[in-house]
Structures are given as C-alpha cells and as structure tokens.
Ligand binder design. Structure first.
Ligand code: FES
Length: 343
C-alpha cells in the first residue's frame, strides 16, 4: 500500500466526532474517546490490572478470544477483580467468588446461593466497550453509545501485509499525555528515536497543515532531513535524497498518532503511537512500526537496538521525556492548532 493510499484510508476511516467535549466519562477524568490500553498480546485468560486516567480497570480475554474490561473493584467488598480468575461464567472475584459477565458487568454467579437461586439484576460491575484494532486494544470511556454517529472511532489504517515488517514497543514516560502527543506532532522521528525512518533533523519543508473541519484531528505534512545533520549547508541542493516526507495525524482527544512516511531507502513506513494516561504526569506509550517494501530492511536495522533490548521500557522512555520537555516552549503553528482545539 502506498503512502497516499494509507493516508486516504486513514481519512476515510478516521474519527467522526468533535473530541474536545467532555461528556460523562464514567470517572476516568479524560476526554471521551477510544483510549488505547495495551497491545493485543498483553491480554490473555489471566486478568490484568490497567490504570486509565483515574480509573482502575481489570482486563481479560475470554475463552472465545474476546477482550473484556470491567472496573477493577468488586461490588461486594471492593477487592480488585484483576486478582480473580476467568471461568465460563465470566470474571470471578478471588475473595468470595462472585462472578461477572465481562460484556455487561452483570453478576452471573454467587457460589453460596442455593440451587435455582440467581443473583439480583442490580448486582453489577461497570463494564466498558472494547475494540481491537491494528494490534492495539481500545476502551470506550463514555456512557454514550460508541456506535452512534457521535462515536469517536479509533483510526484504522489497514492490516499488515506479508511484505511488511513490524516492530512494537512500550515505554513508561514521566510526562502528561498531552505533552507527548505534541512532541510526536512536532517531530515523531526524534521523539520515537526513529530518525532514519521518519526524519528527525532540520525541517526542509513544512508544516503544511490540514484540518478535517470538525476539530477532531490535526494533520501535518513535513519534509525533514532523515539524519540529524549538524550543518545543512554542507549538503548540496536538492536535498530530496536525504529527506523524509511524512504525514502526521494526531487525534485531539486522545493524542493517538499515526505517521505515514516515504523513506529514502524506498518503500513506506507507518507508525502508530498510542498514549495511555496513568496519572497527571505519567503516560504509557505503546508504538507499532510497520514498514513495507525496501523500507522493511531499514526498519529492522534502525529498530534493532531498541527492539532487542529487554529494557525497552526504561530506555525508550528517555528520548520521549526529553522531547516532551522540549515542546514546553516550542513555537509551531501545528502545536498552536492542537492546543487551541483542546482548549
Ligand atoms: S469481595 Fe468480591 S466476592 Fe466478595
């Protein structure tokens, strides 16, 4: 798939609602939206605790492979449901065995009931809509219907192909998610340490901004030097051979960012960056890099050090934190637009 095809797909399947509004968010304290909560591979039949904004969530995959998410607090005595286990009837609390259906939160089983007795329909735990998209799991934070025309759907940019190479990563970053999304919009190559693929040096052309007209996303096209070259004047024009053309789209509500770029090595690369706020100054950043054609080899070379390192979480966080700090005072029309739409 060419870059332009990817961009077209992204626009067709893109978000469909003005995101800045803060509806009833079910206690998350975040703008309403589809928030990423993990790579799909993180969730298995063993329940797992996830923090999203101000809410603790228990996430698990049922026997059919469907991911479910409920408030991580048993309505009986408030024990974390993530300490329980998954059985046929749903997620079973580890304390007294009350069990809840992951789809609607309804209590399905109370072990000491007599035969024929069923739990009251009023015994429920909050359950959240979940969708899997491109190897990431998203949670809908609103009480509103995510399928409604006002639903803010996660970006969809097509499945991986056999000719593509994929590298995923996760970093814990000490910065608010808004600041990280700004760093990604300003310079994704530098923020994600993917300069050889996305360009991270001087800007040759840009920013060329586009708006969807509804305040849902900010899209910027930039041409950057692929390498962080110290002196641009040492290179003769045209600079096309060493520049990377990229288009960066950031959702205003969640900061979910997609970068599509043509690489000097040939082929194209697409990067998804999913931000999960876990506190006022704590964000989990998950990314997924997919390269097509000749770029796949470059991707593997560029990402080998980071991808191979088991310490990815700690090491990858540092450039992100540095980039987030740097945008504190950065002037850029695209950042101004993003901040204005958030206000
Ligand atoms: S605390 Fe969960 S069943 Fe009692």
């Amino acid at each position: 798939m060419t870059v332009q095809e990817q961009i077209s797909t992204l626009r067709e399947d893109g978000p469909s609602r003005a995101p800045a509004e803060r509806q009833a968010d079910r206690g998350f304290g975040l703008p309403v939206g589809w928030w990423p909560i993990g790579h799909a591979s993180e969730f298995t039949g063993k329940p797992r605790p996830v923090k999203l904004g101000a809410q603790p969530v228990a996430v698990y995959r049922d026997g059919d492979g469907t991911v479910h998410a409920v408030l991580d607090r048993c309505p009986h005595r408030r024990l974390p449901l993530s300490m329980g286990r998954v059985i046929d009837e749903g997620l079973q609390c580890g304390y007294h065995g009350w069990t809840f259906d992951g789809a609607d939160g309804q209590c399905t089983l109370i072990p000491n009931f007599k035969a024929g007795e069923t739990p009251s329909s009023r015994i429920k735990v909050a359950a959240y809509p979940i969708t899997e998209n491109e190897g990431l799991v998203f949670l809908w934070t609103s009480a509103g219907d995510p399928e409604s025309p006002s639903g803010l759907v996660p970006l969809s940019v097509g499945p991986a192909t056999s000719s593509s190479a994929v590298v995923c990563g996760t970093a814990l970053v000490r910065a608010p998610y808004e600041r990280i999304s700004e760093a990604l919009l300003l310079n994704p190559g530098a923020a994600l340490n993917l300069g050889p693929l996305l360009g991270s040096g001087d800007e040759v052309l840009g920013p060329d901004q586009e708006s969807d007209g509804e305040g849902r996303a900010v899209t910027v096209r930039r041409d950057r030097l692929t390498l962080d070259l110290p002196r641009i004047q040492t290179f003769e024009a045209p600079l096309g051979g060493v520049t990377t053309v990229s288009e960066i789209t950031t959702l205003v509500a969640t900061g979910f960012t997609t970068v599509v770029a043509d690489t000097p090595a040939g082929g194209s690369v697409r990067v998804l960056a999913a931000l999960t706020p876990t506190g006022p100054h704590r964000t989990t950043v998950r990314w997924r890099v997919q390269a097509h054609g000749n770029a796949a080899r470059s991707l593997l070379a560029a990402c080998r050090a980071a991808a191979a390192a088991k310490q990815l979480t700690g090491r990858a966080g540092r450039p992100l934190e540095a980039a987030a700090d740097a945008v504190e005072t950065a002037f850029d029309p695209a950042l101004d637009q993003l901040r204005a739409l958030r206000a």
